[in-house]
Design a protein around this ligand. Sequence first.
Ligand SMILES: [Zn+2]
Length: 102
Amino acid sequence: MSGRARHRRGVSSGGPSCNACGRLLKGQKLYYRVKTRITCEPNELSFTQEDLERDHAAELERISRSCEGRDPMELEEEVFVLLDYHLCAACKAGFVDRVRGR
Ligand SMILES: [Zn+2]
């Protein structure tokens, strides 16, 4: 044991704990890791004549201005979220049921 504290999310000096219930996973026979990638799937990928005729420089300028002062993490999470969780066996069962909509 090095005793060195790890600061990764879900990992404390006591080892990984369940991200749902907080139970320490060190003493568990079995635990799970959930790695989920949530990506943005835009529905509007068709172009109209109007889109083609639009002033693209002005449009980019407008988009760039609308992003000013916003948290870069927040902007990134609008298109891409990576979840990396630890779950105990009980919470994993509940998680799978919820995702499957049962
Ligand atoms: Zn749990």
